[in-house]
Design a protein. Structure first.
Length: 86
């Protein structure tokens, strides 16, 4: 998981302007003010960054970044998720 969480942090901070101090493993989509439209865009950007397709049930209001990281890790493995971020 060591390469996935930094990718998530990069996407949230650069694309969605979330302060890095707020990007914690226990942060939820709701606590990061990610509405359903933002979550859908987040899923697309993460797919581009990691190569992992996220289904609609993966990102919901109470999904934590730790859960998202674990899902990405399980779906792609660390090596596949180490692709180039935007």
């Amino acid at each position: 998981m060591s390469t996935i969480h930094p990718r998530i942090t990069d996407v949230l901070s650069r694309t969605f302007k979330v302060p890095v101090a707020e990007i914690l493993p226990e942060s939820t989509m709701d606590s990061l003010d990610m509405d359903s439209l933002a979550a859908a865009e987040f899923a697309v950007v993460l797919r581009e960054a990691t190569g992992v397709e996220l289904d609609t049930g993966t990102l919901h209001r109470q999904t934590t970044l730790a859960q998202l990281t674990a899902h990405l890790h399980a779906s792609a493995g660390d090596g596949a998720a180490a692709g180039t971020a935007r």
